[in-house]
Design a protein around this ligand. Sequence first.
Ligand code: COA
Length: 373
Amino acid sequence: MTTKKQGGLADIIAGQTSISTVGKQGKGLSYRGYSIEDLASKATFEETAYLLIYGKLPNLAELQQYKKKLQGLRKLPAGLLLILEQLPGTAHPMDVLRTGASALGALEPETDEHNHYHVADRLLASSASMLLYWHHFHTSGLRLDTETENDSIAGHFLQLLHGHTPNELHEKGLDASLILYAEHEFNASTFAARVTGSTLSDIYSAVTTGIGTLRGNLHGGANEAAMALIEAFNSPSEAEKGILQMLQSKKLIMGFGHRVYSVCDPRSDIIKQWSKKLSDEAKDSSLYSISERIEQIMMQEKKLFPNLDFYSASAYRLMGIPTSLFTPVFVISRISGWVAHLIEQRAHNRIIRPNADYVGPEPSPWLSIDQRA
Ligand code: COA
């Protein structure tokens, strides 16, 4: 008889949502009823964010207006630029985004006028600005102009990063990746953000909670850790040998496994295709072939499949994104899912406060200080 592993709130229904379905029958993902396959091939990230936050697919006029609004919200206040300059260049970019979101909440707090939709749009529009202003200031001393003509968040990000009009395939690939990362039901960071929101705290505080939770390697940090793993090998055969050794010493292989999906992560097939397209375009299949061999070994040895983070690593590297910005890119996208959940939480709020099973000492008589061991 097999006993199921306890803890981690596994298999617990912690609330209701009408935003997404994850892993029904072990696979499949949909946002507000639309399959991830349709969204990733037919929608843009802005359409997806609108769907998540505003609850419906935008029509053409709404989409144009939304993109224009987001484009107009990219500039950062002087106080925030100063803070970004003060942060060390050695900080992890996730710490920079966490601080940036929190500081913006102090500089432009949520009010009746600047309601949760406005704050959502502001954070979505300006997170690439925060990240890349800090990045350029500390790598080259450049005080970056954070406004560009590019009206997509993916294109804007790549343009700010590289300083030139992005390659079309890179922009499309990043856009698809932002769609894949946008929302995932009660994952750890969304749940943590909802807990913060349930106390009637503000959106900035809840998003800051989300960023802090996403940072860890078992969650969003896995895409950076997967890159470090893939890059440690020079060839598929070296990767095969290395992964077998790691499994023998019971090490976790980053970018594999999932709490909810048991058959496959539907996002992985999509980002894998992007990784292949980007490798073909670059005429460099080294990372892709090492990744495929790791995938084969993990299936053969552990029956584990790659999650979204695994092939995102090679795709991002082929777009020229530095590894330390991988998880921050996840943040830029996931803000849409977090905020959608916060708005949903507010609409039917009750403070999230579960119970614990006490396993500590039995009641004992008080010990004065001279009686203690
Ligand atoms: N590499 C090696 N073994 C793994 C593994 C991985 N990536 N993921 C799970 N396993 C093993 C566990 O060690 C465990 O084995 P055991 O029963 O012998 O102890 C078994 O598979 C079940 O895993 P469990 O730890 O119960 O899964 P979980 O639901 O608690 O955790 C993850 C889910 C995603 C945190 C876990 O799979 C993981 O750590 N993956 C790597 C990090 C990652 O890619 N995170 C991104 C998630 S989208």
